[in-house]
Design a protein around this ligand. Structure first.
Ligand code: ZN
Length: 137
């Protein structure tokens, strides 16, 4: 950690606690429905596809593609990354989409393209909180 992280931190709920505990171990935990096999995110104990409550946790690959993005030039006093930064929606290999940040590339449309392959990179922002971010593969 180069400097103290001051942006908002996760506030785990009973449903999301396994996701954030996995993040601390650098494991991207998603849920999957045992009835229809759909993987989904955000964490919840009801399948959004078929409403079954027979769901399980699994560890995702951390690979995906950039679905869409925005380059943030102005924002609140505290931001998750120095500005400008890339706010991204990544489509994971397993199917679900996740809002995150794209790092390891200039925050410039010349360098960021929809559908570009990306890989997970963990950011241990505090001793208690780890955030999933992605970089070009
Ligand atoms: Zn289902």
């Amino acid at each position: 950690m180069a400097e103290e992280y001051k942006a908002p931190l996760p506030n785990p709920t009973p449903d999301s606690k396994p996701f954030w505990e996995g993040a601390r171990r650098h494991e991207l935990r998603l849920q999957r429905c045992r009835t229809c096999s759909e993987a989904y995110f955000y964490p919840r104990n009801v399948c959004p596809g078929c409403l079954s409550t027979d769901v399980e946790w699994f560890t995702a690959s951390g690979r995906g593609t950039l679905h869409t993005f925005s380059i943030v030039h102005r924002g609140l006093k505290v931001t998750p990354l120095p500005m400008p930064y890339v706010l991204a929606v990544v489509e994971l290999e397993e199917g679900p989409r996740m809002m995150t940040n794209l790092v390891g590339v200039p925050a410039d449309p010349e360098h960021v393209r929809c559908d570009m392959p990306v890989v997970l990179e963990w950011a241990d922002v505090t001793p208690e909180a780890t955030l999933p971010r992605f970089r070009p593969a």
